[in-house]
Write a protein that binds this ligand. Structure first.
Ligand code: NAD
Length: 504
């Protein structure tokens, strides 16, 4: 079975038929920018049937901790397309982010955020930037799996999966092809996170080889983000994991001119959600001064997705013409190119008046010319041979001398499982640690079966059985040690599948 995404599945059937859209009006400036956007869509002849769904602040405050009503899920499942204005998450009451809930519950794995300069009408230092960030939307540190393990230490699990990487990386290359883009850049930090970011990078290299027509490159996220902030015009499509993508997509929107301008698409296998990238801007809510362009751009992408590309172009071209002619909301108003500072509703009317016109200087929208069709194949798992080699036992211990806990643990073994090393916050502290290393109450104690003694440089790990791990844990527990967590150590297809301790 194939999942067809963006500019594909709706094209043939729905151009003449009204397409159901679940519409969330949102909070703060949400209702104002949604009214402006829907008015433009109506006058442009978008063939849609909006159904309003209830979610956001009022739903949270009514005692519904998810922030979304049950009936809203039904409308979403029926329509499969959501146009959503920003919502306010009430602060400090432990409410889960509605955006994360929607993305994860609906399997919206790709967050696509195009940002291009509108120079000189909207001020930016980067007149030639035209970047699309393709951000993985469901995994990574946003899996939301966090635990406090000791007095001193909390942890957040970073989950990167092969199906997740394959989907997002392939999506980025397919997007590049469908939209005539030339290059895809992968951003990772695999010099440090060799397994998680290493997998993302590895999958990128594998999939890139299937797209010889598209240039590919990889950058470490820290220097990559710096390059992006200083020379965004050197980038085309960027694909990255959830947290890095969250950060760099805001950087790109900001340096592009205004957070009020950009829209984003959240794409899943069966459902897609389109929204502005900014929040509910409570500071300017109710004043009719917000820029509706972010939501309008999201709606334009939505029309492209449902195959109504001609209407999408018509609106985009009218919007570009409005900006060129200097009708600007307060956030982008400037003395040089603005002719009139307009309100949200006046801006919408100005766009409506220009429907059918094309911009003179800014590049015009040509979605209808494209043959964009994105197909993501189903994931096929390649079975690997998995062999247990040992266990990392995490212990809550309040002492501060690694030699002391090291000596206790060296005397505890089960079958062939023996202590190899202890780390504290990932740094080896036993054997032969440095006394300068700061130690918390969180000790990772590695037990493996190796022939040679503890200090061997390149140990040969022997296979172990899980019964040996259970016996070891039982012995440690009987000695009064406080086990807080274990991680099994494996090799897959004969390759070590766990990181070494720093200094190991
Ligand atoms: P924000 O994006 O709402 O506002 C940041 C600044 O940008 C403010 O000064 C605001 O006035 C301005 N701004 C934003 N959109 C604008 C527009 N369309 N026109 C003109 N100016 C605009 O960010 P925030 O203040 O950090 O967050 C406010 C609320 O929005 C919070 O409750 C947050 O949780 C929520 N939020 C929601 C979403 C979403 O629903 N997708 C995204 C981000 C934040």
């Amino acid at each position: 079975m194939q999942a067809e995404l963006l500019n594909g599945n709706f094209k043939k059937n729905n151009v003449r038929k009204k397409v159901k859209i679940a519409v969330a009006k949102g909070d703060g400036i949400g209702p104002e920018i949604m009214a402006a956007t829907l008015k433009i869509l109506k006058y442009a002849g978008a063939n849609i049937e909006p159904s309003v769904i209830e979610l956001g602040e009022q739903v949270y405050l009514s005692g519904n901790t998810s922030g979304i009503k049950t009936e809203a899920w039904e409308t979403i499942n029926d329509a499969k397309i959501i146009l959503k204005a920003p919502v306010t998450t009430p602060q400090g009451k432990g409410y889960k982010s509605l955006n994360v809930t929607l993305r994860k519950s609906l399997g919206l794995f790709a967050n696509v955020r195009p940002v291009s300069a509108l120079h000189p009408y909207v001020k930016t230092n980067f007149p030639n930037m035209d970047v699309v960030i393709v951000r993985e939307n469901e995994e990574d540190l946003y899996a939301g799996i966090e635990h406090q393990q000791t007095n001193d230490v909390v942890q957040c699990l970073k989950l990167i999966t092969r199906p997740g990487c394959e989907r997002i990386v392939r999506y980025a290359f397919e997007y590049a092809r469908a939209f005539g883009r030339k290059k895809v850049t992968c951003m990772i930090k695999d010099n440090i996170m060799k397994l998680t970011d290493g997998l993302f990078h590895k999958v990128f290299v594998e999939i890139a080889s299937e797209y010889p027509d598209i240039i590919n490159e990889s950058q470490i996220i820290d220097i990559g983000a710096a390059h992006l902030a200083a020379h965004p015009e050197r980038f085309d499509v960027i694909v990255t994991s959830n947290l890095y993508g969250d950060i760099i997509s805001d950087i790109v929107a900001e340096i592009g001119g205004s957070v009020g301008l950009a829209g984003s698409a959240n794409i899943g296998k069966n459902i897609a959600m389109f929204e502005a990238i900014h929040g509910s801007a409570p500071d300017i809510a109710g004043k009719n001064i917000a820029n509706p362009s972010g939501l309008l751009n999201a709606a334009i992408n939505m029309l492209g997705y449902i195959g109504q590309t001609e209407v999408a172009d018509k609106i985009k071209n009218a919007w570009l013409t409005t900006l060129e002619e200097g009708y600007h909301t307060a956030d982008i108003y400037n003395n040089q190119y603005s002719v009139k500072k307009v309100s949200t509703s006046e801006f919408a009317n100005a766009v409506i008046e220009r429907l059918g016109e094309t911009p003179q200087k800014l590049p015009k929208s040509e979605m209808a010319m494209g043959t964009g069709k994105i197909t993501i194949p189903e994931y096929k798992r390649k079975e690997q041979h998995k062999q247990l080699l040992g266990v990392d036992v995490f212990i809550d211990w309040k002492g501060n001398n690694p030699e002391e806990i090291g000596d206790i643990l060296t005397n505890i073994s089960a079958f062939k499982l023996k202590l190899k090393m202890i780390t504290n916050r990932g740094v080896k502290v036993y054997p032969k640690g440095l006394k300068e290393t700061y130690c918390t109450d969180h000790w990772r104690c590695r037990f493996v079966a190796i022939d040679a003694e503890i200090a061997t440089e390149t140990p040969v790990y022997k296979p172990v059985e899980f019964e040996q791990v259970i016996a070891l844990l039982s012995k440690l527990h009987n000695k009064g040690l406080d086990i807080i967590k274990t991680e099994n150590l494996y090799e897959f297809d004969g390759k070590r599948a766990f990181s070494l301790g720093q200094g190991e």
